[in-house]
Design a protein around this ligand. Structure first.
Ligand code: PMP
Length: 401
């Protein structure tokens, strides 16, 4: 008898998130009473700014509790346009903006709106774990372009040119990147834009969610290549910049024909983002912006502290990061060695599992991001937790034989 709830072929191909697996294992150990430090997840440890919460409260009391326009409330789209002008030097029209339930849903709406079975999307490894799965759910085929620490985890224009084929519908870039922290400089983006000018059948999606956590000058792709705006979708949101992951507000900025197709998808899936959260996001964009720089400086300081600590292990190869709040060190020097408790390390997953079992530190193996031989850690945690984690990682590495 076939099970009515068997997974569709499309969903069967979707992997259970490796990040989730590690956090489940970490939780199980915590329940056993073990002292576990998890540096596995990616959200700022700052609170949502109080004036943002007050604005949400006020909006709810004032009756902003109903369905909104599917594309997002006009005051929020106006605030997004103004923020874009202020920060990136271009001003999208209201009809070029869609507000979604987190940046994640911007990606989903765009791929659902445009991909037919067999259409290819170029993604750069190491990639954010959700990219291939969202593409698969939307019937597309993720095509992975690998990068290494030697090229700073960035693709080269030649690599891009060689990868684009007749079935390529999108190139998906993420700068600064989760998990590598790499950002594309203005020159890099210009060189990629030059290649993309020759391939008018390719859309360009640029996930700029870490724009405000950048330790190098940030450049929005649409500002660098305004002539490509007609096939560019910029993805951004308040989750990381204003510490608002739970409010679930992200947006896409793109040409009207794409935005209206995304609005059609959204109208059948969620009807639009939460009204109260939209009021909160507008308040964040219109409120004190000084905190963005202060928080970014604080992350930079923690980055430096962790790069120094991990490099000092002599086992991890830890390049610094241009932005976001992750480090992506190589762990290959541990391969072929044995831990204090006799576990043999052959892969990044072995490294993470042994580190969790023996020292109670949860990190995510690089294979989850399409780049084995590395590990990802988030430094969006208190300095006390980071110090303790660094001590344990150093001890784990020192004990390898
Ligand atoms: N893009 C990247 C690169 C991310 O790291 C994340 C969050 N981990 C998102 C998008 C999703 O953001 P949101 O919470 O706004 O859906």
């Amino acid at each position: 008898m076939s099970d009515p709830f068997r997974r569709s072929a499309r969903i069967d191909a979707v992997e259970l998130s490796e990040i989730l697996k590690i956090s489940e294992l970490a939780d199980a150990l915590k329940r056993e009473g073990r002292d576990v430090i998890s540096l596995g997840t990616g959200e700022p440890d700052f609170p949502t700014p109080a004036p943002v919460i007050e604005a949400a409260h006020k909006a709810a009391l004032a009756g902003e509790t109903t369905y909104t326009l599917t594309a997002g409330r006009l005051p929020l789209r106006k605030a997004i346009g103004e923020a874009c002008q202020r920060e990136n030097g271009y001003r999208p029209e209201t009809g070029e903006i869609i507000v979604c339930t987190g940046a994640k849903q911007v990606l989903y709406n765009a791929f659902a709106a445009t991909l037919d079975p067999g259409d290819e999307v170029l993604i750069i490894a190491p990639y954010w774990t959700s990219y291939p799965d969202i593409i698969t759910v939307c019937n597309g085929k993720p095509v992975v372009l690998p990068t290494t620490a030697e090229t700073g985890f960035r693709i080269t224009p030649e690599q891009l040119r060689g990868a684009i084929g007749p079935k390529t519908r999108w190139l998906l870039l993420n700068s600064p990147s989760n998990p590598s922290g790499a950002a594309y400089a203005k020159d890099d983006l210009e060189a990629l834009a030059e290649v993309l000018r020759d391939t008018p059948h390719v859309g360009i999606m640029v996930d700029e969610i870490y724009q405000h956590i950048s330790y190098v000058p940030f450049h929005s792709f649409r500002a660098v290549a305004p002539d490509l705006a007609d096939r560019t979708l910029i993805v951004n949101g308040v989750s990381k910049s204003y510490a608002m992951t739970g409010w679930r507000i992200g947006w896409g900025i793109g040409p009207k024909r794409l935005i209206s197709a995304m609005v059609a998808v959204q109208s059948q899936i969620t009807s639009g983002a939460s009204s109260v959260s939209q009021a909160a996001a507008a308040a964040a964009l219109e409120g004190d912006q000084q905190l963005l720089a202060e928080r970014c400086d604080d992350f930079r300081d923690r980055r430096d502290m962790m790069v120094a600590a991990l490099s000092a292990t002599g086992v991890l190869d830890c390049p610094s990061a241009d932005g976001a709040f992750y480090l992506f060190p190589g762990c290959a020097r541990a391969f072929g060695k044995t831990t204090a408790k006799g576990r043999r390390i052959e892969t990044d997953a072995d490294f993470c599992e042994a580190l969790l079992e023996e020292e109670g530190v949860a990190l995510v193996p690089g294979r989850a991001f399409g780049t084995p031989g590395h590990i990802r850690l988030s430094y969006a945690y208190s300095r006390a937790s980071l110090n303790e984690a660094a001590t344990r990682i150093a001890r784990f590495c020192a004990n390898l034989k």
